[in-house]
Design a protein around this ligand. Sequence first.
Ligand code: ZN
Length: 124
Amino acid sequence: MITVPAYVRAEVADGGPAGPWHHRQVVSAEERARRRQLRDAYKHAERTARAALMPLDKGELDDLVKFVDARVVAEGCDHTRRFTVQWAAEHQVSLDRLVEGLEEFDGYCDCEVVMNCDPDQIYG
Ligand SMILES: [Zn+2]
């Protein structure tokens, strides 16, 4: 079922113009606020769904990123996840699931884990 917005119904009743070509001008402040709210809710749901792929909690991911960052700064990134692997082994974290989670956020090597897997961005 198609729900016709109130402003369209009002205009049709008035005999005034109503159609997609006219929507731009008649979108009310309430409608804009409602759309913004839907968009925010969608973004929030999307972030939550992606964060669920990360097998770490925010504190653990923060610990991992700090660990890897310090080593990448000291020794450089060799385009593998050697420091990530080391952290996972030391913390008894399943590497398969961790890699899957990191790749969801484009963490394909140690320096990308540091750059792309920011806990604040992933968990909000
Ligand atoms: Zn790298």
